[in-house]
Design a protein around this ligand. Structure first.
Ligand SMILES: [Fe+2]
Length: 112
């Protein structure tokens, strides 16, 4: 997956995904499929490189809150967004993870 940097200047290191999802490999496969689709869309729409990178990264990480180790509020979008925010992830990615399942309307808007 060439657009998704495993070592961004800040944010979550995606090399840790495998260890977070050892008990949920089908979920990780779904996340990778979403990232692949996002990459296809990025190329189809000729998105600028940085926008494409953020879109693909958001797609890859959108369900990270399903990782057992990250559970806090029993709502995967909120759990994932809070985790990524703490890791210094780009705000666009955090927002995408939060909004992909309308968590911004269910979680009381607790992300600043
Ligand atoms: Fe999903």
């Amino acid at each position: 997956m060439p657009f998704v940097s495993c070592c961004p200047e800040s944010g979550f290191d995606i090399r840790a995904l495998e260890s977070l999802f050892t008990d949920r490999m089908p979920r990780l496969a779904h996340m990778r499929d979403a990232a692949s689709f996002a990459q296809d869309l990025s190329e189809s729409f000729s998105l600028p490189t940085e926008h494409a990178r953020l879109l693909i990264r958001s797609a890859l990480l959108h369900d990270i809150g399903y990782a057992s180790a990250l559970r806090r509020f029993e709502y995967h979008a909120l759990d994932g967004a809070l985790f990524l925010e703490e890791k210094g992830e780009h705000p666009w990615v955090v927002e995408g993870v939060l909004r992909h399942s309308q968590a911004d309307r269910k979680g009381g808007g607790c992300l600043s």
